[in-house]
Design a protein around this ligand. Structure first.
Ligand SMILES: [Zn+2]
Length: 364
């Protein structure tokens, strides 16, 4: 997560005007936290006589830090913190939150920018201040910050456990041998760990994934390019099918449906998965956001035209890039994470950087 502190003018707690050199993303309004900082200086302390003997008896100042939460991913070092201190009103502005140096025993809170005792630097009880990185970090090696700054289970750990679990690898190995078929194969996993074969639909072009409250996840193949046997009447050539070897809109929707169910069915959200197995690489999705945010989705069909455009025009020849941009622009739900599982078992997290390129980082 990148935190941008910006100067803003507020009226009745609403942002009226933003002054910032940072390029702000669209739809950012509404995703802000405002921390008011009030300072009252009693200038006449120690004065003899009336206050008006002092230049100014009381200096009252206030400023505010507006923290906008962007959609960039946690742990992205390119998400540098641009600091713009709160605007100020009142008779003067003498907040000390502009100081780089804090008094002995205090640190600058990454959350508010103010100098505070180290134990108060991170208001969230599940975070601790790291003096080396000068950031608030989640307590516990299995936790990471999600895009909203909340500490959640690290999906890397659970993918790693999954690909070592024989209940899973037996089927995933089997599917790896079936990407050369002319129809997709797959399994869905129930809460008890059992893997249930999926039935194909649409003449084998896709699989029916009957999600219910017992479902934890699914895995299925996306096929190699293959000749369909149909002859194009115009060219006389046999039709070559080139399936997209990463999640389809229907796959994304199924995954999100399982995530949504996890609010009620006792399946831990961090265990929910959707996996595509293809000869060019295996991909898996994990969710680290808030299941309540999964709203306003269309049907799989309603995404078809955009999906095609992203993969065949806008980001042709780069399916990861096409997929991640599609996810961000068209699905628009925070917390869907894409991972690639390499043949040697290495797990890579894929995100799009602010410049729109794909960033690959290794799961530790
Ligand atoms: Zn699929």
């Amino acid at each position: 997560m990148s935190i941008y502190k910006i100067t803003a003018y507020l009226q009745k707690w609403n942002i009226k005007e933003v002054h910032s050199e940072n390029r702000l993303l669209d739809n950012l309004f509404g995703r802000y936290q405002v921390d008011f900082v009030e300072t009252v200086n009693y200038n006449c302390v120690g004065c003899e006589g009336a206050c008006d003997l002092c230049e100014q008896c009381v200096t009252y100042s206030y400023g505010y830090n507006v923290t906008l939460l962007t959609q960039s991913e946690p742990g992205d070092p390119s998400g540098s913190v641009g600091e713009y201190n709160g605007g100020s009103g009142g008779s003067s502005s003498n907040n000390n939150d502009n100081q780089d140096e804090c008094p002995e025993g205090q640190v600058k809170s990454p959350e508010t920018g103010n100098c505070v005792p180290i134990e108060q630097a991170c208001p969230d009880t599940d975070k601790t201040y790291n003096e080396n990185t000068e950031r608030c970090e989640c307590i516990g090696s299995n936790k990471i910050q999600n895009s909203a700054g909340k500490c959640v289970e690290n999906p890397c750990r659970y993918i790693n456990l999954q690909i070592q679990n024989p209940n899973y690898t037996q089927q995933s190995n089997e599917l790896e041998g079936k990407t050369g078929l002319k129809k997709e194969t797959g399994y869905k996993q129930n809460k008890d760990g059992s893997q249930v074969p999926l039935n194909d639909t649409n003449n084998g072009h896709s699989l029916d994934i009957p999600v219910n409250t017992n479902t934890v996840g699914y895995m299925h193949t996306h096929l190699n390019d293959f000749l369909t046997g149909k002859i194009d009447p115009k060219t006389g050539d046999e039709e070559l099918k080139k399936p997209i070897k990463i999640f389809s809109p229907a796959d994304i929707l199924k995954f999100l449906q399982i995530v949504k169910n996890s609010k009620y069915n006792g399946v831990p959200t961090h265990l929910v998965y959707g996996t595509v197995i293809a000869s060019t690489g295996n991909y898996t999705l994990r969710f680290t956001g808030n299941p309540d945010d999964i709203i306003g989705l269309g049907s799989a069909n309603s995404y078809r035209a955009d999906y095609k455009k992203y993969f065949e025009e806008d980001y042709k020849n780069n399916k990861e890039k096409a997929f991640l941009h599609f996810l961000k622009d068209k699905i628009g739900i925070n917390g869907i994470n894409l991972y690639r599982i390499r043949d040697n078992g290495d797990i890579e997290k894929k995100i799009i950087k602010e410049n729109g390129r794909v960033k690959t980082s290794n799961c530790e």
